[in-house]
Design a protein around this ligand. Structure first.
Ligand SMILES: Cc1cc2nc3c(=O)[nH]c(=O)nc-3n(C[C@H](O)[C@H](O)[C@H](O)COP(=O)(O)OP(=O)(O)OC[C@H]3O[C@@H](n4cnc5c(N)ncnc54)[C@H](O)[C@@H]3O)c2cc1C
Length: 218
């Protein structure tokens, strides 16, 4: 799995702090800008979180390039609606036999053989149909959900915080969880204050599931 942060709002924390301060500020834009030093930015961002004044975090955008994840995972990812997505098309791209294998399958030789043979069969039939003149958009109905895909996703910081709460949680499915943790790692490098307490709900309070985590499911 590859997760790259390919673009983001310049000075993401400054713009959010600026938005927060603006709400109670009488002066000009220049005065507003000058009123912000690093300590003040941190104070304002923490205050915004404490007061749940979360709309100020919508001013910072982050775009990721993600590859080597399965369609199982992108199907879950795109359920997050406050985001923009562009995904490699199976209508126009003749896909290769590149798939994700869950560890639970990978570690048992006998099971891995069953898995691989089903995938090989699906891809052979896919290729055969295309050779027989069936359009890619129809032949793809045979492809397994394990197939690797590429996607660009953009979310604002507010939606990312929500996304991380749900998808870094141990109750989330392992592949999207791995992806979410990688995304969090990347945004923390450029917006450490905004994402300082990002992660599963239990990082900030009681678990909404009201129970202990399920063991690692792979
Ligand atoms: C562990 C786990 C298991 C899941 N299992 C299933 C499952 O079995 N079946 C299934 O179908 N889905 C499942 N989901 C997906 C889940 O139901 C959500 O669709 C997904 O997590 C997207 O999150 P969201 O709806 O909170 O918000 P997003 O789409 O990320 O939107 C962010 C927030 O904006 C607000 N919002 C967005 N759109 C609307 C709207 N139309 N109306 C009102 N408010 C809105 C809400 O406050 C929402 O929380 C699962 C998710 C997780 C994390």
């Amino acid at each position: 799995m590859r997760v790259d942060l390919i673009s983001y709002t310049p000075e993401p924390e400054k713009i959010c702090a600026l938005a927060m301060r603006l709400c109670h500020f009488k002066g000009s834009l220049e005065e507003l800008r000058n009123s912000l030093d690093p300590l003040e930015i941190e104070r304002l961002l923490k205050k915004a979180k404490r007061l749940q004044h979360l709309s100020v975090f919508e001013h910072a955008y982050f775009s990721f390039y993600i590859e080597g994840i399965s369609r199982v995972t992108t199907h879950q990812l795109v359920r997050h609606r406050i985001a923009s997505y562009s995904q490699q098309s199976q209508r126009f791209v003749r896909v290769k036999e590149e798939t994700v294998t869950p560890v639970s399958i990978e570690k048992k030789e006998e099971i891995k053989k069953i898995y691989q043979s089903a995938i090989e069969n699906a891809f052979q039939s896919y290729e055969k149909l295309i050779e027989m003149g069936i359009p890619k958009e129809d032949a793809r109905y045979l492809l397994p959900q394990a197939i690797e895909t590429k996607i660009i996703v953009s979310m604002n910081a507010r939606e990312l915080m929500h996304f991380f709460s749900l998808r870094t949680c141990n109750n989330s499915q392992w592949e999207i969880r791995e992806m979410a943790w990688k995304m969090l790692e990347k945004v923390k490098e450029v917006a450490p204050i905004i994402f300082s307490d990002a992660g599963p709900y239990c990082f900030r309070g009681p678990c909404p599931e009201g129970k202990t985590c399920v063991p690692e499911r792979r």
